[in-house]
Design a protein around this ligand. Structure first.
Ligand code: UFG
Length: 334
């Protein structure tokens, strides 16, 4: 069974490639290294002891896609590639819409031409906007995204639904991620954002390791137990395993399916800071500042549909997430 993984050297993609290789799938990765580095190829091989094909190219490139689908008999595609920085998307909307939408359209076009009908898509809880209820179930209203990045996810979900109507054999599984953190326990692969991180966990690890001075906590007057924002943090290895479960369903069943990939537990910003300090025995200085525009108070999943239909649930806890996130950063410094 041969799987094409776009963005397979990125944070979530690389962990998914590890899981695929460990379950003996053949893997072809396409990644343009725009937010990843080529050394991840060797790291994945080191972790798994297995080989895979890597093509350095842009998923928007139709000629490259044509060659991949001609050279390989691809059974399914897992599509991670995409720009994902919320703030940058507000400044560069054309770049975000062009890259995220064109890559997906070109991929689906080539898949249909080559009779490859199984598609797993990296969507996001961001499609729920300010959620109509908590915990969030898959039938909650979508829309109300607050930035172009989030809107690309919403639009791609819509595009996939339309393709499925026109081509019922085109099976798409849409995975709505909550907040992925953590890293592989080897410390060889993890999240390496360029520049100053926007997301909470990469910022915390850099403050703890002394690279950044102090964490700004964006608001302590939300309607949450301690006033700071609540999110459903999920270990990236659990998330990667969710893709394997989705892949098995896609290979077996025809249809269009949506699943939340979260743990169902909400942690506040200060919960995370306290857990991180306790697990890693290190201080994380912080100050409370104004709310960040576009943020919502709380967001956490009801993950029961994924358990029922995919047989998947998150196994790793907050301590694993804290330990593995820090371990990765410490390993980078060695
Ligand atoms: N936060 C801080 N300080 C920081 C960074 C974040 O206090 O320096 C807070 C935020 O206000 C929020 C929480 O930490 O309450 C989590 O923020 P992140 O930026 O880590 O994550 P978000 O929930 O804002 O966004 C993430 C992904 C998006 C995705 C969204 C889905 O980054 O890609 O979850 O809900 F769309």
């Amino acid at each position: 069974m041969k799987i094409l993984v776009t963005g397979g050297l990125g944070f979530i993609g690389s962990h998914a490639v590890v899981e695929l290789l460990e379950e003996n799938y053949e893997v072809v990765v396409i990644d343009d290294l725009s937010n990843s580095s080529a050394d991840v190829v060797d790291k994945i091989k080191q972790i798994t002891g297995k080989d895979f094909d890597f093509i350095e190219a842009d998923v928007c490139d139709l000629d490259v896609l044509e060659k991949i689908f001609t050279d390989h008999k691809i059974d399914a595609v897992i599509h991670f590639a995409g720009y994902k920085a919320v703030g940058e998307s507000v400044k560069e909307p054309i770049m975000y819409y062009e890259n995220n939408l064109v890559s997906t359209l070109h991929l689906c076009k080539k898949m249909l031409e080559h009779n490859c009908n199984k598609f797993i898509f990296s969507s996001s809880a961001t499609v729920y906007g300010d959620p109509e209820k908590l915990p969030i179930t898959e039938d909650c209203k979508v829309g109300g995204t607050t930035n172009p990045y989030g809107t690309t996810k919403l639009m791609i979900e819509r595009i996939l639904a339309d393709i499925h109507v026109a081509h019922p054999e085109f099976t798409a599984i849409i995975l709505r991620y909550f907040n992925p953190i953590g890293a592989h326990k080897s410390g060889l692969i993890g999240e390496k954002p360029n520049g100053i991180p926007n997301n909470l966990m990469p910022y915390i690890v850099r403050v703890a390791s002394g690279e950044l001075e102090i964490l700004s906590v964006f608001g302590d007057d939300y309607d949450t137990p301690d006033g700071t924002g609540v999110r459903d943090y999920i270990h990236v290895v659990d998330l990667a395993k969710g893709h394997l479960s989705a892949l098995k369903k896609a290979l077996k069943d025809e249809g269009l399916f949506y699943y939340n990939l979260g743990t169902g537990n909400g942690y506040s910003v200060l919960d995370l800071v306290k857990n991180f300090e306790k697990v890693n025995n290190v201080k994380v200085p912080y100050k409370i500042v104004d709310r960040r525009p576009g943020d919502i108070a709380s967001c956490y999943a009801d993950p029961t549909k994924a358990l029922k239909e995919l047989g998947w649930k998150a196994e790793l806890g907050i301590e694993d997430m804290m330990r593995d996130s820090y371990n990765f950063i410490l390993k980078q410094k060695q």
